[in-house]
Design a protein around this ligand. Structure first.
Ligand code: FBP
Length: 549
């Protein structure tokens, strides 16, 4: 395969490891843990994996060097650094014993169920070190949650002599990893299950997990692009750029990109919900920024919009919740079937409350249609397909036209639209993600060799130089609570939304009025892989602010 000059140079990069993982380790155990909510219910559901202590690895004289066979799965959306988790795990198990083997299940959890796998070798792994993407084995969104899947999985794990399975995924995949760990422990199958925190969305974090991998690189990639757009915008001075940013529901990506680039407007879905804003309130907020800048002669600007915004507008949230209910067949729990789109729309309109019908009919016709028709494989409304950036700019334009008639606005409003998501999900990992992911993978090998199951691999203190990072594991049950999902109460890892009293949001809120009126753009430029540490090894602004750095 032909390679770029950067790929060749980058392949030789040796990711940094925490000092504790650079030699033999032993486990230092903390106190028993509790789940973050619904303790009695979670304890009852996970009798074998509940209450275990948080563990930290500390240097030891020697360690268990037994050969182990391990399997790994990439689950869900791509995130930069996944290949380094695999190479870190590979090097970790091989450092214990050269006879250890690592198997990768193909195309996500489905590979385990369908017995599709590969065995990694030195040459194979070397092709993928420090590269972006999940193409080494592919990823998929099959949910591992049924007993039949677990049983099918154990057949192939036994056949390959696999002692532990590592699942790289977001909150849902790690919830399922925990259920699987509990199931195999209850059945005494002798297979350990370890999770790894992945998602560009940044919403798998808590007291124990500083950040999910991929968030750093994805945000830096989007920020580079936003910075480039801002330079263009400040040069031509004739467009307002409406930029939607990935992140299924939480607004961490939009907030981080705003902290890096200082746009004129950045919407934060969590704030929109907390302030009970309507769609018209959001439109008025943007239009006011446009009008104020126009009054200063600046008919240009940037607006960052989180992907999940629509779902956080309270009235629309209620509507979507009811659409999800009425479009599910209560007998089977499967999406209802309709003969035609018109029949589906008529059914929806006839089965939702008057209040929700009024909200549906207040939306532009194409958006209302999209909400009624588009479904994901689980039957849920596909909010991410709604082109919010176009919807908002259209509505802002209408509002400005009204204001013009009233003599409240006298500017020009030319627009451009962008959606950044796939541009960043497979970028070559930043040094932060390359090191963090390699450490997560290597660390997972030590959780396995120390007999742990139902744990997530965690690396902490990552705003410090890598040598000072702290390696260990957290029981997944500790992050769980009970939530209502698809009409049923389920044990799940609590998703981290943007905290309005957290340092990153507070800093943004203290600056945004100035950024809205003035032109205070920052141009971060492309991720740098080689050069001074202050250019190459910085963590996200979110993490730095959260840790008071
Ligand atoms: P994960 O949570 O699985 O990591 O995926 C994140 C994400 O990139 C979201 O930001 C986005 O909404 C979604 O995946 C898109 O996924 P797909 O390309 O499968 O539609």
């Amino acid at each position: 395969m032909e390679k770029s000059a950067l790929q060749i140079a980058r392949a030789a990069y040796q990711p940094k490891l925490p000092k504790a993982l650079q030699g033999p380790v032993k486990v230092k155990e903390g106190a028993p843990t509790q789940s973050v909510g619904n303790q009695d219910e979670i304890k009852a559901l996970f009798p074998n994996t509940y209450g275990m202590p948080v563990v930290e690895f500390v240097p030891a004289e020697s360690e268990n060097k037994e050969a182990i066979n391990v399997g790994i799965i990439l689950s869900g959306g791509q995130a930069p650094g996944g290949h380094n988790v695999i190479s870190g795990l590979y090097d970790g198990v091989k450092s214990l014993n050269k006879a250890s083997k690592l198997y990768g299940f193909l195309m996500g959890p489905g590979g385990l169920v369908d017995h599709k796998y590969v065995e990694f070798t030195d040459e194979f792994i070397d092709e993928y070190r420090n590269t972006g993407g999940f193409d080494i084995i592919g990823s998929g969104r099959t949910k591992l949650e049924k007993e039949a899947q677990f049983e099918s999985g154990i057949e192939i794990l036994r056949k390959l002599g696999i002692k532990a399975l590592v699942i790289i995924g977001g909150d849902d995949s790690n919830t399922n990893a925990c259920v699987l760990a509990e199931y195999y422990a209850a059945k005494q199958y002798g297979v350990q299950v370890i999770g790894c925190p992945k998602t560009i969305d940044g919403d798998l974090k808590n007291e124990q997990i500083e950040t999910s991998f991929g968030f750093d690189t994805a945000c830096k990639t989007y920020s580079e692009l936003i910075g480039n757009i801002q330079r263009d915008c400040n040069s031509a001075r004739k467009y307002w750029h409406f930029i939607k940013l990935m992140g299924r529901s939480a607004s961490h990506i939009a907030l981080e990109c705003a902290l890096q680039t200082q746009p004129n407007v950045c919407l934060i879905s969590e704030e929109v919900e907390a302030k009970q804003m309507s769609l018209d309130d959001v439109v008025t907020y943007i239009a006011t920024a446009v009008a104020n800048r126009a009054a200063d002669g600046n008919n240009f600007g940037t607006v960052l919009i989180p992907e999940g915004l629509i779902e956080f507008i309270p009235a629309i949230k209620k509507l979507i919740a009811q659409l999800n209910e009425v479009l599910t067949d209560p007998q089977t729990g499967e999406p209802r079937e309709f003969a035609s789109a018109d029949e589906q729309i008529a059914f929806v309109k006839g089965n939702i409350t008057k209040e929700n019908l009024a909200v549906l009919e207040s939306l532009p016709a194409d958006v209302a249609r999209q909400l009624c028709l588009d479904r994901d494989p689980h039957g849920n409304v596909q909010v991410s397909l709604i082109e919010t950036e176009k919807l908002l700019s259209r509505m802002v334009s209408t509002k400005l036209a009204e204001w013009k008639k009233e003599g409240k606005y006298n500017g020009k409003f030319g627009t451009q639209h962008h959606f950044f998501g796939y541009e960043g999900r497979c970028a070559a990992p930043s040094n932060y993600d390359a090191d963090y992911c390699y450490s997560l993978g290597y660390n997972a090998s030590r959780l396995i060799s120390n007999g742990k199951t139902g744990y997530m691999s965690v690396i902490k203190n990552t705003t410090a130089p890598a040598a000072e990072w702290v390696a260990g594991g957290v029981p997944i049950t500790m992050m769980m609570n009970i939530e209502r999902r698809n009409g049923a109460n389920k044990p799940v890892i609590r998703k981290a939304l943007v905290e309005l009293d957290g340092a990153p949001f507070k800093y943004f809120a203290s600056k945004r009025d100035e950024w809205a009126r003035q032109t205070r753009y920052v141009y971060p430029g492309p991720i740098q892989y080689f050069g001074p540490t202050e250019v190459c090894d910085q963590c996200t602004k979110t993490l730095a602010l959260e840790q008071g750095k």
